[in-house]
Design a binder for this molecule. Sequence first.
Ligand code: FAD
Length: 317
Amino acid sequence: MKITDILANAKGCEFTFEILPPLKGQKAQEIFDNIDPLMEFKPPFIDVTYHREETVYKRLPNGLLQEKVVRKRPGTVGICASLMHRYQTEAVPHVLCGGFTKEDTENVLIDLNFLGIENVVALRGDQAKGESYFTPKPDGNNYAIDLVKQINDLNQGRYLDEDLQNTMATDFCIGVAGYPEKHFEAPSLNIDIEHLKAKVDAGADYIVTQLFFDNSKFFAFVDKCREAGITVPIVPGLKPLVTKRQLSILPQIFHVDIPDTLAIEVLKCKDNAQVRQVGIEWCIQQSKELKDAGVPVLHYYSMGKSKNIYEIASAIF
Ligand code: FAD
C-alpha cells in the first residue's frame, strides 16, 4: 500500500519508525529482535536508511596507507524485503543521490519494483567523509529533486535508455526530507522551503521531517509550507535523547536546537540512565501534543534500539 493511502486512511494517529541496516558482518536477527516488540503497535510502515560507501585508509606493513572504499551498512534492499515478508508491513527504503550513478539508481529501483516495494524516500545524502561539500558521482543525481524526477520518469515508463520499447512503468510513492529548522546548507528557511516545494512539484508525494525537539518549530514549518503552496502530508520525525553527550552531538550532526528546558533537565542528570528517562518523558510530551494536533503518523528514529521507543509508544498508542 502507498504511504499516501496509509496517511489518508489513518484512523487516529499511527506509529511508525526508522531503522538502520546492520553493520556489515552482523546478523539481521539483531534488527528483528529490536523490531519484534514494536510490532505490538502495528506500524503500517517501517523506513530503512541507506548508507553510502566510505573511503577508509588501512596502514600496510611497509607503513604506506592503502585507500579502500567500503560500504559499512549494506543490505537496505534485502532488509526491506525481509521486513515485508516477516511482518506483512510496508518497508520504505531510502534511496540516495550520493555514491550512485543514475544507472545504479535505475537498477536499484527495478529491484525494489520486482520485490513489490511501492514506496521510497528520495534523498541527496551528505558529503562523503573527507569531502567538504557534496559531490555527485559523474552521471549521478545532484539534488534530491533530480532523483525525484528520475523516479517519476520511471513511473511513466521512461528509462535512461531511450531505445527501450514497451517498457514497464513503476508506481512508486515518493517521500522526501523536510527540515523544520532549515537544512544546514540552505541560506534561509524560506529558500529551503522553496527547494522543498520544487521537490513536491517534481513528483514527491509526502514529506518526512528531520528530528526536532521543539514542536513549535514543527508547527511553524508546516504553516510556512502550507503558505508556500505545499499541500502534501508532512510526517513529523522524533528521536528521544539518550545520553548527555547528545546535547552537543545532535546539534552538530542534525543541525537542530535543543530547547533550554530539556538541556537544563539533562544537565542535572547524574548518569545516562537518568538522561534516558528525561529523553523518554520529553518525547512522550512531544508525541502527545503532535497527536492532539491531528498528525496522522508519528515517525520515530529508533537508531536500531527499540526499548526507549517501546516505552514511548506504550504511553501514546
Ligand atoms: P536536497 O533536497 O537535495 O537539499 C540539499 C540542500 O540543497 C538543501 O540545503 C536545499 O535547500 C538545497 N537545494 C535543493 N535544491 C537546490 C537547487 N536547485 N539549487 C541550490 N540549492 C538547492 N542520509 C543518508 O545518507 N541516508 C539516509 O537514509 C537518510 N535518511 C534521511 C531521512 C530523513 C527523514 C532526513 C530528514 C534526512 C535523511 N538523510 C539520510 C540525510 C540527508 O541525506 C541529508 O540531510 C542531506 O544533506 C540532504 O538531503 P536532502 O534529500 O534533503 O537534499
